[in-house]
Write a protein that binds this ligand. Structure first.
Ligand SMILES: *[C@@H]1O[C@H](CO)[C@@H](O)[C@H](O)[C@H]1NC(C)=O
Length: 370
C-alpha cells in the first residue's frame, strides 16, 4: 500500500474537497480574462462607434447650398466632345437600371456625352438595346481581368477592373469624365463637376457596420481626367501593389489616389448606407443630392437574386420594386418610390424603343460568332 492510499481517508474536517486546485484557478483566471475582453469589445463598440465623428452627432446647422448657384451658372457647361458620363453593363440584369439612369440624366438636361461600357461577350443584344434606349451610346470594351486569376477577389467584383478603361477615353478627346455605377439614379444636374481642375475626385465611403464614416472613397461615382499614360501606369501596378484584393478596383484606386483624391460632398454619391447609418445626415444630403447610389437595396434586381444574373422583365418591374419596399424595415421606401417614378417615366417616354428591344435576342453572342 502506498502512502497516499493509506491516508486517502484521513481528511481533516477543515479541508474542503471542492477547494479549487491550482488548475481551477487558471481556468477561473482565463474565464475572467475572456469576460473582461468581451466587455471591452462591447463597450468599445458602444462608446467609440456611437461617437466617432461629427457626422454621428449630426445637426443641420448649415443650410447653405453646396454650390453657389450663380457661380455654377457662369461656369462653362459640359461640351459633349470633351466631357462624358460613363456607366458600365457587365450583366443583363442591370440593363433596365441603365435605361432609367439614362432617362434620369435627360430629366436634368445633362449635355455631356454618355457612354455605356459593356463586355460584348457577356451582354445580350436585348439588354444592350434596353440599356442604350434612353441616351447612352454603346461603347464595347475589353475586359481587364483581375490580377492573379482573381484570387481573393469577391466574385461580384471579377469584372470591375474593366472600369479602369475610362482612363483610355483621352484617346477620343475626352478631357473630363464622370463615372456612375449602374445602380445610381440622378436627381439633379451635376455639370459643375466637369469644371474641376483636379485629376481625380470621389465621395468618401460609408459602412453600416463599425467602420462607419470612412476616409476611403466609394468607387461607384468617380470624377476623373482620362489619360492613357495614367491608364498604362495603373495597369502595370494592379498586380504588384499591396491592397485588399477582395474589393478589387475600389481598393486599388484608394491606394493609387489615397492622398491625392479630391473628396466630394455626399450629394454626389448619396449612398443608401448613409440613411441606415444616420437618418439625420441623409435628410440633409437628400435636399441637394445629385446622384443617389442604391447600394443596400437594388429596386431593379430580383428579390432573392444572389447571382445578380436574373433579369426582371420590364412588365414585372413595378411589382418587383413593390416586393422590395419592406427591406431594411421599410427604411428606403421613399428612395424606392423615387426610382420607380423615374422608371415609369422612362417606360412611358421610350415605350416604342423599349418595345422594339423585345425583338432582340436575350442571350449573349456565342464566342465563336464574334
Ligand atoms: C430642362 O430643359 C427644359 C427645356 O429647356 C426646361 O423646361 C426644364 O426646366 C429643364 N430642366 C431642368 C431640371 O433644368
Amino acid at each position: 500500500m502506498s502512502y497516499f492510499s493509506r491516508y486517502r481517508d484521513y481528511t481533516p474536517l477543515w479541508s474542503d474537497t471542492s477547494k479549487p486546485t491550482p488548475r481551477r484557478y487558471v481556468f477561473i483566471a482565463l474565464a475572467l480574462l475572456a469576460a473582461s475582453a468581451a466587455l471591452n469589445i462591447v463597450l468599445y463598440n458602444k462608446l467609440s462607434h456611437r461617437w466617432q465623428v461629427p457626422l454621428d452627432n449630426y445637426q443641420e446647422i448649415n443650410v447653405q447650398p453646396i454650390v453657389d448657384p450663380k457661380l455654377a451658372d457662369s461656369m462653362s457647361h459640359p461640351n459633349p466632345q470633351e466631357n462624358a458620363i460613363v456607366t458600365s453593363l457587365y450583366t443583363d440584369s442591370y440593363a433596365t437600371a441603365i435605361a432609367t439612369l439614362g432617362h434620369s440624366l435627360n430629366r436634368v438636361n445633362t449635355t455631356a456625352s454618355r457612354l455605356l461600357f459593356y463586355l460584348p461577350e457577356k451582354i445580350s443584344p436585348r439588354a444592350l438595346c434596353i440599356a442604350t434606349s434612353t441616351g447612352f451610346v454603346p461603347h464595347p470594351i475589353s475586359r481587364i481581368p483581375p490580377p492573379r486569376g482573381g484570387k481573393g477577389v469577391f466574385w461580384k467584383f471579377m469584372d470591375q477592373y474593366s472600369k479602369l478603361n475610362i482612363w483610355t477615353l483621352s484617346d477620343s478627346g475626352i478631357k473630363a469624365a464622370v463615372y456612375l455605377d449602374a445602380d445610381t439614379l440622378v436627381l439633379r444636374n451635376f455639370d459643375e463637376l466637369f469644371s474641376l481642375p483636379y485629376n481625380f475626385a470621389a465621395v468618401p465611403d460609408v459602412y453600416v457596420d463599425g467602420q462607419g464614416w470612412s476616409l476611403s472613397f466609394n468607387a461607384g461615382v468617380l470624377y476623373l481626367r482620362p489619360s492613357r499614360a495614367v491608364f498604362e501606369d495603373m495597369l502595370s501596378k494592379i498586380a504588384t501593389a499591396s491592397y485588399n484584393m477582395h474589393e478589387a478596383e475600389q481598393s486599388f484606386l484608394n491606394h493609387y489616389y489615397g492622398a491625392e483624391a479630391l473628396r466630394l460632398p455626399y450629394a454626389y454619391n448619396a449612398n443608401l448606407a448613409i440613411k441606415s447609418r444616420k437618418p439625420e445626415v441623409w435628410a440633409d444630403v437628400k435636399r441637394e443630392a445629385r446622384i443617389v447610389h442604391y447600394t443596400l437595396v437594388k429596386p431593379f434586381l430580383e428579390e432573392e437574386d444572389n447571382s445578380g444574373k436574373k433579369v426582371v422583365e420590364m412588365r414585372r418591374m413595378e411589382s418587383n420594386v413593390q416586393s422590395k419596399m419592406g427591406q431594411y424595415g421599410g427604411l428606403f421606401q421613399e428612395e424606392m418610390q423615387d426610382w420607380v417614378e423615374v422608371w415609369r417615366d422612362t417606360r412611358r417616354t421610350f415605350a416604342d424603343a423599349l418595345l422594339e428591344c423585345g425583338s432582340h435576342s436575350a442571350t449573349p453572342p456565342s464566342p465563336d460568332s464574334s
